[in-house]
Ligand binder design. Structure first.
Ligand code: PMV
Length: 317
């Protein structure tokens, strides 16, 4: 029998990159989800098929291609089975995700979380969310080396969180019903691991200049968390704009991202910034509901992929 599970993608509202060096950051789950369907099969292989990437791979003991883009998913599946003390025979795992890959929207973490969810459903077992998030974190380490853990956390729990690497996270008490978030693609591909390393190299080179920027980003996150809890979206937008300035300063913006950010701001967004690792990928704009159509239309003129999203309370289901 086939079962399905899903998990949300995310947007980082405040604090990407700074979060890698233990500053707090804020993420929201969005209503674009990774769906995973799974069932037991009769052989001893784990078949993983990604409809989005158009690739299929078989994994079995003694035949594990660690270079496959699907290997992190296999790893998450195996770890979930291990946690349940299940010696599996075989599995078929089919991924169908609404989240664009390699775009800063947490697609890989969401697929890992949903895969674990599907395995739990096959065997009618439970794992607590902390354990699910931890397994997805380990899969994220395979994807990009030194993840902060924010992606697997928001994808598992949903809603909006303030997250700090050394301390974990708090769910924010929030009501986003007055606003929409718009995500617009720069259509420039980039690699999170490379960008994280680039920023850290620059930070080591200019330590005394970077330190205050990191410190400032930490304050920004705390202020933004208060703004979210107070539903003060004008203030949140301003803080996002400041955050974008810091991201430009540490070297992850470019001409196209700046264009998208300014188009969003000039057409009514409360705030707009890079979201995720930068260097390409998406920007996020925060808009009042009454203004989002304007912002959407303007962004559509300069980007082929623009998503209008709501914040999703649902994590793994
Ligand atoms: O993979 P992305 O683009 O969502 O970037 C994640 C955000 C970083 O802070 C750059 C890295 C991390 O692990 O938190």
């Amino acid at each position: 029998m086939s079962v399905s599970a899903s998990a949300p993608g995310k947007a980082i509202l405040i604090g990407e990159h700074f979060v890698v060096e233990n500053q707090p950051a804020i993420a929201i789950a969005i209503n674009l989800r990774a769906h995973v369907t799974a069932r037991e099969s009769k052989n001893d292989k784990i078949l993983i098929f990604s409809k989005n990437l158009g690739i299929k791979d078989y994994f079995s003991e003694g035949n594990i291609n660690i270079k496959s883009p699907l290997y992190p998913i296999y790893y998450a599946a195996k770890e979930a089975l291990k946690s349940l003390n299940i010696e599996t025979s075989g599995l078929e795992i089919i991924i169908d995700s609404e989240i664009p890959p390699s775009a800063g929207m947490g697609s890989s973490a969401a697929v890992s979380v949903a895969t674990i969810g599907a395995i739990l459903k096959i065997y009618r077992r439970e794992l607590n969310k902390e354990k699910i998030s931890k397994i997805a974190y380990k899969a994220e380490e395979i994807v990009h080396g030194k993840p902060s853990g924010i992606d697997n956390t928001i994808s598992t729990y949903g809603g909006s969180i303030i997250f700090r690497k050394s301390e974990g996270f708090l769910k924010l008490i929030s009501n986003f019903s007055d606003v929409k978030v718009i995500l617009a693609d720069s259509e420039i591909s980039r690699n999170t691991g490379n960008l994280v390393r680039k920023v850290l190299r620059l930070k080591n080179k200019y330590e005394r200049i970077f330190d205050p920027l990191y410190y400032s980003a930490g304050h920004l996150a705390i202020e933004a968390a208060k703004a979210i809890e107070n539903m003060d979206f004008e203030r949140l937008g301003e803080l996002m704009n400041i955050n974008h300035g810091l991201l430009s300063a540490i070297g992850v913006s470019n001409r196209k991202l700046e264009e998208l950010v300014y188009v969003a701001r000039e057409n009514g967004a409360l705030g707009a910034k890079i979201t995720g690792a930068g260097g390409g990928g998406f920007i996020v704009a925060l808009c009042y509901k009454k203004d989002y159509e304007n912002v959407f239309k303007a962004l559509k003129k300069v980007s082929n992929r623009v998503f209008v999203c709501d914040i999703s309370d649902k994590g793994i289901i």
